[in-house]
Design a protein around this ligand. Structure first.
Ligand code: DAK
Length: 268
């Protein structure tokens, strides 16, 4: 059950802590290796709906509790008995969440601290950047369970690492380690587990130091532009570039450079 206490939201399966405008969202079902059931998907959806319009948050980090798993998949116990209609509803809930993360107005970093399997891998894929601990493991094992990925894995994996490599992982269900995930471009960095959260926070802090309006438009330009052909995408970039010049951040950013001082961005 979700309760709201002042500005703090409390959840059954998540921990959410915001410090220095970085929200760290920890999926917290260690008894099931943080597997995603309906309740957890709904709670994550609540967080991302809130974050989108919350000026107190500038970057989100998603991670899993414990040292073993980021998310070991959609919850197989809960899925086992689903009817076709229920499975469709479950898949829709997952798809809506992944899309909310992908289109969130704030950058989202996945700090992958262990197994990132099935729906967990799809969750990491919907984030903007993935940082993995050395013990992280990735796979889309759905074919072993007689199903296909249901939260966008067939689409986002192929877009991220290319059709051939994605199909190999999706067809075999093979599990790969963090170094291999790095080699094929699935993760941005691999770090020792004890440095994972600090590395993610340090990247978040670096992003927070930049012009917030421009940060938002960069994400929008890349994510929306990738859905378009190159000519239309370049046109879209041109429009967003023009829009930057209607912002206070552009004026401050360029003035601070000329005055040889740090910029004091206001995010407008
Ligand atoms: N769901 C539920 N419980 C899970 C789980 C999961 N995905 N993964 C692990 N657990 C539970 C285990 O059952 C065990 O519970 P107890 O027996 O202690 O009660 C506990 O977590 C600890 O796990 P293990 O004892 O198995 O730990 P090990 O170290 O031996 O093995 C493991 C770790 C991650 C290799 C292993 O647990 C494992 O293989 N887990 C399942 C991984 C997996 O197959 N994940 C993908 C799930 S499929 C769709 C919508 C969504 C999806 C597909 C379709 N539509 C609606 C169409 C998405 C599908 C998936 O994500």
């Amino acid at each position: 059950m979700i309760t709201v206490k002042g500005d703090e939201m409390e959840f059954e399966n998540l921990k959410v802590e915001t410090t220095n405008r970085i929200a760290v969202v920890t999926i917290n079902r260690p008894e099931a290796l943080n597997a995603l059931n309906e309740q957890t998907l709904s709670e994550l959806q609540t967080v991302f709906t809130d974050v989108n319009n919350n000026d107190g948050v500038r970057v989100v980090i998603v991670t899993g509790s414990g040292k073993k798993a980021f998310v070991a998949g959609a919850d197989i116990v809960a899925m086992q008995q689903l009817s076709a209609l229920d499975a469709r509803r479950f898949s829709k809930l997952g798809h809506e969440l992944m899309r909310s993360i992908e289109t969130c107005s704030k950058p989202v970093i996945a700090a992958v601290n262990g197994f990132s399997l099935g729906g967990g891998c799809e969750l990491a894929l919907s984030c903007d950047v993935r940082i993995a601990s050395e013990n992280a493991r990735f796979s889309q094992p759905e074919v072993s369970l007689g199903v296909i990925p249901g939260f966008g894995g067939t689409q986002r994996l192929a877009r991220l690492i290319g059709k051939g490599r994605a199909l190999e992982l999706l067809l075999t269900g093979d599990m790969i380690d963090a170094d291999e995930a790095y080699r094929i471009g699935m993760v941005n960095k691999v770090v020792p587990q004890e440095e994972l959260l600090e590395t993610a926070k340090s990247m978040a802090t670096k992003i927070i130091g930049k012009g917030p309006f421009a940060v938002k438009l960069v994400k929008e330009a890349v994510c929306t532009g990738l859905e378009m052909d190159l000519d239309r995408a370049n046109q879209y970039e041109t429009e967003l570039f023009g829009l930057c010049f209607a912002s206070l951040d552009q004026k401050e950013g360029m003035l601070s450079f000329l005055e040889k001082r740090p910029a004091n961005f206001v995010g407008q």
